[in-house]
Design a protein around this ligand. Structure first.
Ligand code: F6P
Length: 544
């Protein structure tokens, strides 16, 4: 069980090490040639998604041992503890209950003996009433004009999910409303997001779990000034600002009436919050019914994760494959390539989800781990990536497992484009897996001098994730798939996937440096010589 035994001491780990030595050089060409049933054997379905993981460097024995590892590390017990509302975020002594955000009415999920599902639905109902008022124009700005633009101010989990979901679900959105996002404390972000807007027609959704985050509070204060100076009165704030937060006093102090606040709970991690009230802008864009579809998709995957045997469990298998490459093959990164322009921000969303969750150096007991934890996550939509960085994946010296995500039905009426898009997805997986040998090239007439350069080794692993179409329900399933894959990885590594202490130090140091940049009479700098010199150079430039 994780926590009580070191990962590298577990029997399954040792067995996997021996197994790795035996299979590491096996080529996908041979694995497929030897087993005509391989694709079917390594394809699983759940919650509207299909995962073909046959183009991975695995055998049935690999899967058996990885599942054994999950058993020894207590993945299922930890998952059940999460669903029971136990405080599995041990370093913050908090429950981890994003699954309660999408539990249907009538289901019971308790925290400290209290059923949270009725509260979740009460907030959803308030969000729906507000979203409908914006969508039907009955919510008016201070001057009586209809709201046309909604700007979400927030960062990290209070931004990436809303922006990703808005872009993903634009075809389902109300096109008469415009949605923009301000996250960065760089004033350029606010300037650009408000370009050309009429303040009388603009609503800000200030999204922050803590309502203390420097970037968000700075941007919200700037937005407040922008509204008040244009509309001439503080009274305008009531019609142009709403807040999403767990911090009611903080919201009140900022000047937003709690009647215009949508709450959530400390058991929702920032990076797991896009389906909480943090999704308010998403709900305004796609409407309450579509938002409930999104939640239904999440819930379907939750149920799949909770009740499907580990051997056929999509997020468990994906998480275990990440462990396989990360810890045995030494892969440093995982590429996520959606074959959908609408999923342009999905890799960025996954970066926070995975890297803030599993970028940890100690286990649940606080002992420094002597195994690798979370990989670097990155990616871009295919086919753009193919014309930029895929070369390195095909012929470079690094092993980069990739998830390729595609949809059977197009959203665009330009359906002939879709065939080309999906042909590219399937072709890339084929090329990455099987490559091209010197013999094949010679037989095709490749000039001898070019052949070594044209050889593509293959044996580059990919997962193919397919769904019928990108709709709210599918997006929910897809996000939950990755959430639970991250969970599985964290449970195997025996780490706390739900804290983020590493981001604190930079925040503290920035707060120390801010007055040093602003205050001309600041005391002597006492940082290291490099930081001192950088600050001094900045001061000279700004004061000259
Ligand atoms: O700095 C990291 C972080 O705490 C994330 O975990 C979180 O999503 C983000 O900042 C924003 O926090 P908040 O919603 O409290 O403004």
């Amino acid at each position: 069980m994780s926590g009580s035994q070191r990962l590298t001491d577990s029997a399954a780990w040792r067995a996997l090490q021996a197994h790795y030595a035996a299979v590491k050089d096996a080529h996908l060409r041979t694995l497929f040639a030897d087993d005509p049933g391989r694709a079917a054997r390594f394809t699983v379905e759940g919650a509207g998604l299909t995962l073909d993981y046959s183009k991975n460097r695995i055998t049935e024995e690999t899967v058996r041992l990885l599942v054994q590892l999950a058993r020894e590390r207590g993945v299922a017990e930890r998952r059940d503890a999460m669903f029971r509302g136990e405080k599995i975020n041990v370093t913050e002594r908090r429950a981890v209950l994003h699954v309660a955000l999408r539990a249907p009415r009538g289901e019971r999920i308790e925290v400290d003996g209290q059923d949270m599902v009725p509260e979740v639905h009460a907030v959803l109902d308030r969000m729906a009433a507000f979203a409908n008022q914006l969508r039907d124009g009955s919510w008016k700005g201070h001057t009586g004009k209809r709201i046309r633009t909604i700007i979400n101010i927030g960062i990290g989990g209070s931004y990436l999910g809303p922006e990703m979901a808005y872009l993903a679900l634009r075809p389902y959105s109300d096109r008469t409303l415009d949605f923009r996002f301000v996250s960065n404390v760089d004033g350029a972000n606010f300037d650009e997001a408000t370009q050309g807007l009429d303040p009388a027609e603009t609503l800000f959704v200030v999204s922050s779990k803590t309502f203390t985050t420097l970037e968000t509070m700075t941007n919200a204060a700037t937005a407040r000034k922008w509204i008040v100076s244009a509309l001439g009165t503080d009274a305008a704030v009531a019609r142009h600002f709403v807040a999403v937060s767990t911090n009611t006093p903080g919201v009140q102090k900022f000047g937003i009436d709690p009647a215009n606040m949508f709450g959530f709970w400390d058991w929702v991690g920032g990076r797991y919050s896009m389906d909480s009230a943090i999704g308010l802008s998403t709900m305004i864009a796609i409407g309450p019914e579509n938002f409930r579809e999104l939640l239904a998709g999440f819930h379907n995957m939750d149920e799949h994760f909770r009740s499907t045997p580990l051997e056929r469990n999509l997020p468990v298998l994906m998480g275990l494959l990440t462990v396989w490459y990360n810890n045995f093959f030494g892969a440093q990164t995982l590429g996520v390539m959606p074959y959908s322009a609408h999923l342009a921000r999905f890799p960025a969303y996954l970066q926070q989800l995975q890297m803030e969750s599993n970028g940890k150096h100690v286990d649940l007991t606080g002992a420094v781990v002597d195994w690798q934890t979370g990989p670097v996550i990155w990616g871009e939509p295919g086919t753009d990536g193919q014309h930029s960085f895929y070369q390195l994946i095909h012929q470079g010296t690094k092993l980069i497992p990739c998830d390729l995500i595609g949809f059977l039905q197009p959203l665009s009426p330009l359906t002939d484009h879709h065939d080309l898009l999906m042909a590219n997805m399937f072709a890339q997986a084929e090329a990455l897996g099987f490559g091209k040998t010197a013999e094949e090239l010679t037989a095709e007439g490749s000039p001898t001098f070019q052949t070594p350069f044209r050889v593509t080794e293959g044996n580059r692993p990919t997962n193919a994730i397919l769904a019928d179409r990108l709709d709210p329900r599918t997006l929910g399933s897809l996000v939950a798939l990755y959430e639970h894959s991250v969970f599985t990885q964290g449970a195997v590594w025996g780490i706390d996937s739900f804290d983020q202490w590493g981001v604190e130090l930079g925040k503290v140091l920035a707060n120390r440096i801010i007055p040093e940049l602003r205050d001309k009479a600041a005391p002597k700098l006492t940082h290291d010589s490099s930081t001192n010199a950088l600050i001094e150079r900045y001061r000279r430039a700004r004061n000259s």
